[in-house]
Design a protein around this ligand. Structure first.
Ligand code: HEC
Length: 414
């Protein structure tokens, strides 16, 4: 940086400090908060700025003392590629710098801390002589001769249970993405349920609550807390991976204004997460490492297998190569279940496809990876890998946690 640029950066900082007396300053050269958002996607955002993400973006702008600008694009496949990752040819700058309501997991975006979480819900019209408090009530009503028509998006999380309960013949399946960007998944409630085409609809919590509350028809929203804590998903803002200072700044603002942000989200009647069944954590230790190199059977088998198969791409010590990522990083915070699914079925299963945002992020990730042309093999049918997935996890987790360094492990005496 030249002296004059340092000086002007200082001057800019000073100016903003004195005129707004805020705690936070925009990044050098930042004159607005450029948000990538969908113009027709309530309760998240719309071009009348009625969504909770619009209001939260306004809080960010307020803290930084700069205006909020939007770059609109429909929230569907290609959203990230056409917004936050795209450079405006005339200005040479990115079209926008923050996407809202992004899954709070590293993927296509680098996520800030989460500012809301939710779970799927069911919605039904009240005043028709029955109550539904959980999914199985639909089967009970069927036994009593009341066959409710069920509106469901293809592959919603409730599907499995409905099939198990023997009510799948009552299901009407809907496509998640329609051709028209102005129609979002709330229509299953605002149209199909309200008009009586179906009697009970399943949808992602925020969508369910918003469209049920907006309807002229009396409806009740029942969060599917029975599914358990594994089905709660958290959302934050997403920035480009390289924009670390921007992410830190956003995180600080999210922390400072968390009560205001919670109050904004609360206005949108998010279904209550009270009484969510806690999924019991595995009690057995994932791995055992003693003296830095003596390991239990699982970890040992995992190491051996890793070094016969996975090392080719992920490197001898799992630290990555230009072919494949550093798994020590990937394993940070990755549950055994998620690992299993990633390795066996390559990201496909754990996605809550009933939730438009996760679905989108997932599809984007898949399409980005497909574009790169090189993929992690799917190990589902490999007889050497499948039974040992827990062992691989044990080894990699021990490496990732730092319990096992780059040493040749020995098997612990029994
Ligand atoms: C042919 C190369 C190759 C081999 C062999 C390979 N991987 Fe991968 N792996 C990749 C690539 C590339 C990615 C990242 C992109 C993708 O998933 O397509 C990846 C991703 C992963 C991820 C997800 C990482 C993340 O951050 O989400 C895990 C976990 C993983 N591999 C584990 C394994 C294990 C365990 C083995 C051995 C059974 C293995 N891999 C063998 C290429 C490979």
């Amino acid at each position: 940086m030249t002296i004059s640029r340092v000086l002007s950066a200082l001057a800019l900082g000073l100016m903003i400090n004195t005129s707004f007396a805020g705690e936070f300053k925009p990044l050098p050269g930042q004159t607005s908060v450029k948000v990538c958002a969908d113009a027709h996607n309530l309760p998240y955002s719309n071009d009348k700025l009625e969504g909770f993400d619009n209001k939260i973006a306004a809080i960010i702008g307020e803290e930084l003392g700069i205006p909020v600008e939007y770059y609109w694009f429909p929230q569907r496949i290609g959203f990230g590629r056409n917004t936050i990752k795209k450079v405006d040819e005339t200005t040479g700058k990115f079209l926008c710098d923050v996407a809202m309501s992004i899954p709070a997991e590293r993927g296509m975006y680098s996520p800030t801390s989460a500012y809301f979480k939710s779970i799927d819900a069911l919605v039904y019209r009240t005043g028709e002589g029955y109550e539904i408090n959980e999914i199985s009530d639909i089967a009970k009503l069927k036994e009593q001769g009341k066959k409710l028509r069920i509106g469901l998006f293809d592959r919603a999380v409730a599907t499995e249970q409905l099939i198990k309960d023997g009510v799948d013949d009552q299901v009407e399946y809907y496509q998640m993405m329609t051709g028209d960007a102005r129609i979002n998944s709330g229509r299953i409630i605002s149209e199909e349920l309200a008009s009586g085409k179906v009697d009970v609809a399943f949808a992602w919590g925020p969508i369910a609550a918003f469209y049920a509350n907006q309807s002229d028809v009396a409806m009740k929203v029942v969060p599917l807390n029975e599914l358990g804590s594994d089905f709660i998903f958290s959302f934050g803002m997403g920035v480009r991976h390289q924009d670390k200072a921007w992410k830190n700044l956003l995180n600080k603002i999210l922390e400072k204004r968390k009560d205001d942000i919670a109050a904004v989200v609360a206005q949108y009647n998010m279904p209550s997460l009270a009484n969510v069944k806690q999924v019991t954590k595995q009690k057995r230790a994932v791995y055992t490492v003693i003296d830095g190199n003596k390991v239990d059977d699982k970890t040992y088998v995992g190491w051996r297998l890793f070094n016969s198969t996975c090392f080719v791409c992920h490197g001898k010590h799992a630290t990555g190569t230009d072919l494949a990522p550093n798994l020590l990083k990937s394993l940070e915070g990755m549950s055994a279940r998620k690992f299993r699914k990633k390795v066996l079925s390559k990201y496909f299963a754990k996605v809550n496809l009933d939730d438009p945002d996760r679905r989108l992020a997932f599809l984007e990730q898949i399409s980005e990876e497909a574009a790169k042309g090189f993929k992690m093999p799917t190990w589902d049918n490999d007889p050497n890998i499948r039974p040992h997935i827990g062992d691989l996890y044990a080894y990699l987790k021990a490496r990732s946690d730092g319990a096992l360094s780059e040493v040749r492990p020995e098997r612990l005496e029994k």
